[in-house]
Structure formats: structure tokens, C-alpha cells
Write a protein that binds this ligand. Structure first.
Ligand code: FAD
Length: 445
């Protein structure tokens, strides 16, 4: 009897513990399940469906067209397929989202779950009492004691065999049509394991400059590995092995935030919809028609703040935004516009090609000041000063063409008579700050 390998967010062949175990058991039937039911509102978003389509196509090609595609509740589908093929063993990689854990619990009698999504399995990075850490500093210190991670495994020798019938990828309609808003994605990204390793190879030569360049959105100073890591086209251990010898310590400390987010999901499974600090439930977020209009302007990159709009337009066009842009745009939505972070996180969920429940929720709550591991709400980023400090002029010129003619003195904060077709500010910085701080006063009571 063949073994069943259930591919999840581990769409690669190398450094794959579950696949290696399945291959050791004999012939392998590879399965991927599209589950839009179990995750509820966290079903895979629009931009990621584009990515998933291409990543599955690449994986299927690399395994000789044997990938079985099924749709439905993963817990039911995996059990059904295992029965159909009379699987001797079933292997998969463990994940940490609450709905994934629910599925894993339902399959615990059938499937062997393996590590592979993190540098170090989250249950090995805990306080002495065995609880997850609440703040990153302590998490990082404990993680460091577990490093280096286990060495990445080579691609196993696998005999994939044809399984039972399945769906055709094209019939899943993962690609957008009418309109096809993803036309810019293909120029920017190559989904799949080969694309991920190519990106990693390129970044090996750039990592030494990461610390100097990472905060400057005008430069391509970061790895852009996030969607590849999210889909597991490359593992964090492989990234470690490639970059650690190149002096990538600052980079690896950022990469470890991804592990921290997994730990945070275990500590607070509802991190995507509940404030980590309960007192923040009293914050009077704006609602109603004016707030809706402001939210729409934010999504479209028409807030009148060049750095915010550059980021939001980059997001729409490419499915990705520079981290500095994400921080400024998220701070602007939650503080300047006083709109609930969950609205912003939901927009990111649908538009980011690297949308990741742990990373997205943790970072939104951190910026909004609602999380347990958070800066305080009263730290209000000044977008114009940020723009200058991180030298975002060229970033703005690229993404806000209405302002491309302005020089560095003017571009971060264009005077009213120099804006041309570019929208006026939704609200002034001072006024926004006062409004946010008086809302915060209500939390304190
Ligand atoms: P690099 O700087 O090259 O970092 C390498 C890798 O480390 C990233 O690919 C990522 O896996 C990890 N990483 C880096 N910074 C963080 C961080 N702050 N938190 C968690 N992991 C990190 N990242 C996502 O992967 N998915 C999201 O949905 C997401 N939403 C975010 C929302 C907000 C409001 C903010 C402020 C940040 C968010 N991030 C998210 C974190 C970060 O912005 C991205 O991981 C990073 O910009 C991806 O680009 P990169 O791969 O070039 O990053």
C-alpha cells in the first residue's frame, strides 16, 4: 500500500520531514486540499489564490503531474483519500493556526504530523514553566539557546504514484478574471520551490547590506522571501543554512519574528480577531459613513499622505508592501483615521501575497497597541517625518506618479498649491493626533 503525503503550506520537496518519512515508507500519493470551509473568514484571500495557483502548478510539474487536488473540509477529505488508496501511512507538516490545529486534532489518529514550518518548533521555545513568551526580547533569547536549528534535509528520493481522481487546477478558479487585477504580480514573483531558491540565492549576495538597507522603502534591501516562506516553498531552516554563514545575524533576528508569531498564535489563538489587551475593547473606533469613506481612501492610496499612499498602491499593484510602509500605513489607519485594526488586517489579508495569520495579526496588534506584545497606542508615527527619515522620495515617485515631478524638499509633504491632481490630506497630523489621544483617554476611563 502507498503512503499518503498531504501537502499543506510546505509546497517544496527539499527539507521536508513529512515527505521524507512518507518516502521511507514506500510509494507516495501526493495530495493537496483546498479548504475554504474550516478557516471561516480566514479562508485564503484573493492575492494568495493567485500565488497558490502558480505554486501548485509548479509543484505538480516537479513531481511528474501526480498531485491529487481535492476540495472540501480537510479533515474529511484527507480521511476519505487515505481510505480510497488504502494508505499504509499518512504524513503532513504541523501548522499553528487555530483552524489548522482543529483539523489536526480531528486527524490525530490517522496522520503523523512533522515539524518544518519554523526554525525551532514552538513547544521548544517556552518559559521554564512551559508557557509561550509574551514579548519578543525574551522569546529571542530563549530561541537563541536552541540555535542553530536542526540541519535542513536534502530532497528525498521519492517514487510518486498516480492516486485517485481529483480536480483540475483550472477549475478551482484561483486566478482573478474580470478584471484581472494581478497583471503586475507575474513581473514581480515566481511562485514555487525553484523561484524561492532562486530568490534565496540572489539574497545571499545582498544579506550583508540588509541591516543598512532594510528600513529604506526606496531600495530593494530586504529578501522578499515572505510569500515563499508562507507557502513553505523554502523552509526557515534552509534560509538559515544559506544566510547564517554570510553574516546575516540582523536578518535572522527578523526571520525569528515569524517563529514568534507562531508562538503568539498558540498563546492567543484568537489573535486575529480579539484584542490582546482587553482594556482596548473600550477604544471608540470610528464607524459610520465618514469613517467608511476614509477607509476606502486608505485602501486606494488616496489619503493625501504620500508615504501612506505609495505603500498602499504598491500593495495593490504587486501584492507586497515594504515593512516600513506596512508600519506607517497601519499606524495611519488605526491612529490618524481611528479605524479598527481588524478592518486594515482584513484588507491586508485579501491583498497581500504573503498574508499570514500569525504575522499579520501580531504586527497589526503591535502597531495598534492592542496586543500583549505591543507598543503603546499613544506612540503615534508621524508619517511625514518617517518619510523623510527613511528617505522615501524615490518610493513615492515610483508609486505616486502625480508627485513624481517634486523634489526631495517638497515630496514628503507637498504644499497645497503643489499637489496638482493628488488628493488633499484626509486630516491634518495635529488634529489626528489629538483625536487619537482623546479616544485613548476613554480606554483609561
Ligand atoms: P525580510 O526583511 O527580508 O524578512 C525575512 C522574513 O522574516 C520575512 O519574509 C518574514 O517571514 C519574516 N519577518 C520579517 N519581519 C517580520 C515581522 N515583523 N513579523 C513577522 N515575520 C517577519 N509578514 C508576513 O509574512 N505576512 C503578513 O501578513 C504580514 N503582515 C504585516 C502587517 C503589518 C501591519 C506589518 C507592520 C508587518 C507585516 N508583516 C507580515 C511583516 C513584514 O512586513 C513582512 O514579513 C516583510 O515585509 C516581508 O518582506 P521580506 O520577506 O522582504 O522581509
Amino acid at each position: 500500500a502507498p503512503a499518503l503525503l498531504w501537502f499543506r503550506r510546505d509546497l517544496r520537496i527539499a527539507d521536508h520531514h513529512a515527505l521524507t518519512a512518507a518516502a521511507a515508507a514506500g510509494r507516495v500519493v501526493p495530495l493537496f486540499v483546498l479548504d475554504d470551509d474550516t478557516p471561516g473568514e480566514f479562508r485564503i484571500g484573493g492575492a494568495q489564490r493567485w500565488w497558490l495557483h502558480h505554486s501548485l502548478a509548479a509543484l505538480n510539474e516537479s513531481i511528474g503531474g501526480k498531485l491529487v487536488l481535492r476540495r472540501g473540509r480537510a479533515a474529511d477529505v484527507v480521511r476519505a483519500v487515505a481510505q480510497e488508496i488504502g494508505a499504509a501511512e499518512v504524513h503532513a507538516t504541523a501548522l499553528y493556526e487555530p483552524w489548522e490545529r482543529e483539523t489536526e486534532a480531528a486527524l490525530a489518529d490517522l496522520v503523523t504530523f512533522h515539524d518544518g514550518d519554523t526554525l525551532v518548533p514552538p513547544d521548544r521555545v517556552t518559559t521554564q514553566g512551559g508557557s509561550p513568551f509574551k514579548v519578543y526580547g525574551a522569546f529571542w533569547r530563549a530561541l537563541t539557546e536552541q540555535l542553530p536549528p536542526e540541519q535542513a534535509l536534502p530532497a528525498p528520493d521519492v517514487q510518486f504514484v498516480a492516486g485517485p481522481g481529483g480536480d483540475k487546477l483550472a477549475n478551482w478558479n484561483l486566478l482573478p478574471t474580470k478584471p484581472d487585477w494581478a497583471t503586475g504580480f507575474g513581473k514581480e514573483w515566481t511562485p514555487g520551490e525553484a523561484g524561492a531558491l532562486e530568490r534565496l540565492d540572489e539574497f545571499v549576495t545582498e544579506v550583508a547590506a540588509y541591516e543598512r538597507r532594510r528600513d529604506r522603502p526606496s531600495e530593494e534591501g530586504t529578501s522578499r522571501l515572505s510569500p515563499h516562506l508562507h507557502w513553505g516553498e523554502v523552509s526557515p531552516r534552509q534560509v538559515w543554512d544559506a544566510l547564517h554563514p554570510r553574516g546575516g545575524s540582523k536578518f535572522l533576528k527578523e526571520l525569528a519574528w515569524r517563529d514568534f508569531a507562531r508562538s503568539a498564535m498558540l498563546a492567543q489563538p484568537d489573535i486575529g480577531w480579539s484584542n490582546g489587551r482587553a482594556a482596548m475593547d473600550r477604544l471608540p473606533w470610528r464607524t459610520g459613513a465618514d469613517a467608511e469613506a476614509d477607509f476606502a481612501a486608505w485602501t486606494k492610496g488616496r489619503t493625501g499622505y504620500p508615504i501612506v499612499d505609495a505603500g498602499m498602491r504598491q500593495l495593490w499593484a504587486t501584492g507586497w508592501m515594504h515593512n516600513r510602509g506596512r508600519m506607517i500605513a497601519a499606524s495611519f489607519l488605526t491612529k490618524h483615521l481611528l479605524i479598527d485594526w481588524r478592518r486594515g488586517a482584513a484588507w491586508f489579508w485579501d491583498t497581500l501575497i504573503d498574508a499570514d495569520y500569525g504575522n499579520n495579526s501580531l504586527n497589526w496588534q503591535w502597531i495598534a497597541g492592542t496586543g500583549t506584545a505591543s507598543q503603546m497606542f499613544n506612540r503615534i508615527m508621524a508619517p511625514l517625518a518617517q518619510s523623510e527619515k527613511f528617505d522615501a522620495g524615490d518610493y513615492i515617485r515610483e508609486w505616486v506618479p502625480e508627485l513624481a515631478g517634486l523634489d526631495d524638499d517638497m515630496i514628503h509633504d507637498p504644499a497645497d498649491d503643489r499637489r496638482g491632481a493628488y488628493p488633499p490630506r484626509l486630516i491634518g497630523h495635529r488634529e489626528a493626533r489629538d483625536r487619537a489621544l482623546s479616544a485613548l483617554a476613554k480606554v483609561r476611563g
